[in-house]
Design a protein around this ligand. Structure first.
Ligand code: H79
Length: 474
């Protein structure tokens, strides 16, 4: 960035003033050492998450039985919302438990899928909005061990398999919505509306007698928990959120809290399926579906292809985030085959190119994401963002990884974005011999990496450019 001299003097003055303010605040404020400790502890907790980049989300529950259809009628919307969308009374929905017998469930096979897919963590629904615990809970009999013929604890089986395969394990827990309980948020077809529950104290009673004790069980009975994934924080005031934060911190200080508790967690959760248009500061994660639903729906066959999944993964990593990609197993306990196939195809790519993703940092550039249109507007009347999808860049100290999408690499070579560092060498991660691609200089001063055609790998190729110095100088 070019700063004019007058500006730089002004900027220096500003930072001096800021520094003095901070110092004096520090001297006067006894809270500051705590604040520093809080920052340091969060930094220690979040390390694995920054490295991981890619995780498996699993939405599994009683909703897999109706699978998007109630009394012969298709119910629109996401599968795990069927109780809400069809306004199913609690006793009728709860009766599904008597049919839940997922005898094909195989924890090893599920965890092996995550391993094959190149994912580093698993987050499973321990209790979704329907209020059904998918683990052995002493807090409520509405759980998979006590209420179903299956009578096994899949969470315990998965925890053991994850430990064996070196995959981190965490829980989705719907802290606020619980459609099974009179005091839980969200069920206003059987019970009073949220506002009334809040006023009457029923909501707090639900939090104290179900949500908090269940969270305690999860954080006590299944070994190290990497993450608690809270969702839809209706009525989660600062005080209530604080109680949950303290519970997690006291039982498992290393466990992350996602961005949807109600108070700020350890990182930011974007909206469901929402990928930011450009680089985004801080630690963040996009939770996303592989078709359209989260919980299994028998009519949703619109699977994202390996190419689409891979683009999203690299796109997200290049903007500094994590991709938590969901599968919805059936009521028999099987992860749909197209989900498995497409995840494994991306996993095969990651076996060769994983160093460009795992532990890699965000792009130092930006124009590759696209630009706002000068003429076209979106529905809200704002300039339309014209996304580009030719390439993305991720980084490690001294290395730039340019992932170029599509079967073919550009005929005239890959034109590098401008940066000042000298180039040590460039090669394709997909080329087993790592043949050096000698960069040449175009007439316009742009450095170009000549690339072989056909490209060595389908879907996308990664050009690794090793540079002088750790960080890019723009
Ligand atoms: O667990 C998944 C979703 O069930 C949950 N978040 C992800 C990770 C989620 N909870 N709420 N929402 C997502 C947004 C709800 C949107 C709604 Fe609708 C619009 C609820 C009612 C109208 C979509 C359409 C769901 C049912 C009908």
């Amino acid at each position: 960035m070019k700063i004019r001299p007058a500006w730089s003097a002004f900027a220096a003055l500003l930072s001096l003033v800021a520094l003095m303010t901070t110092c004096s605040a520090r001297a006067a404020d006894p809270v500051t050492p705590d604040a520093a400790k809080i920052v340091a502890e969060r930094e220690a907790r979040i390390g694995w998450f920054r490295e991981a980049k890619y995780g498996l989300f699993i939405h599994w529950g009683l909703y897999a039985i109706p699978a998007g259809e109630w009394k012969g009628q298709p119910v629109p919307g996401i599968g795990e919302w069927i109780m809400n969308r069809a306004k199913i009374p609690v006793p009728e929905y709860a009766a599904l438990a008597k049919q839940f017998n997922p005898v094909k469930f195989d924890a090893e096979a599920w965890v092996q899928l995550a391993v094959d897919a190149g994912m580093k963590y698993i987050v499973i629904t321990s209790k979704h909005h329907d209020g059904f615990a998918m683990y052995r809970s002493k807090v409520s009999p509405f759980n998979i061990v006590d209420a179903t013929p299956f009578a096994r604890d899949p969470i315990a089986e998965l925890a053991a398999a994850c430990a064996k395969h070196g995959i981190r394990f965490g829980f989705y827990y719907s802290q606020s919505q619980d459609w099974h309980e009179p005091g839980g948020a969200g069920n206003n077809w059987d019970f009073p509306a949220n506002g009334e529950k809040d006023k009457s104290g029923a909501y707090d009673k639900y939090l104290r007698e179900k949500a908090e004790p269940q969270l305690r069980e999860l954080l006590t009975n299944y070994g190290p928990t990497c993450l608690i994934w809270f969702d839809t924080p209706q009525m989660m005031s600062a005080g209530r959120s604080q109680r949950f934060t303290e519970l997690v911190r006291s039982l498992q200080p290393a466990c992350l809290i996602d961005g949807r508790l109600g108070a700020s967690g350890d990182y930011e959760s974007t909206g469901d399926n929402a990928i930011p248009p450009a680089n985004k500061v801080g630690d963040w994660e996009t939770p996303a579906t592989i078709n359209h639903t989260w919980g299994f729906k028998k009519d949703d066959h619109d699977w994202k292809s390996p190419g689409e999944i891979l683009f999203k993964l690299v796109d997200i990593a290049s903007k500094g985030g994590n991709y938590l990609l969901n599968v919805g197993p059936t009521a028999e306990g099987v992860i749909p085959q197209p989900s498995q196939d497409n995840l494994r195809a991306v996993g095969a790519w990651l076996k060769v190119h994983g160093e460009a993703i795992h532990g890699a940092g965000r792009s130092p550039f930006g124009p590759e994401f696209g630009e706002f249109s000068a003429t076209q507007k979106d529905r809200a009347g704002r300039p339309l963002f014209l996304k580009r999808d030719d390439w993305r860049c991720t980084t490690k100290p001294g290395k730039l990884y340019f992932t170029v999408f599509g079967e073919a690499l550009p005929r005239d070579g890959f034109a590098l974005p401008a940066f000042k560092n000298a180039i040590k060498k460039a090669y394709l991660l997909g080329d087993p011999s790592r043949t050096v691609l000698t960069t040449n200089l175009g007439a316009d001063g742009v450095r170009v990496v000549p690339v072989p055609r056909p490209a060595p790998v389908a879907i996308a190729n990664v050009i690794c450019v090793e540079i002088e110095g750790d960080a890019v100088q723009l």
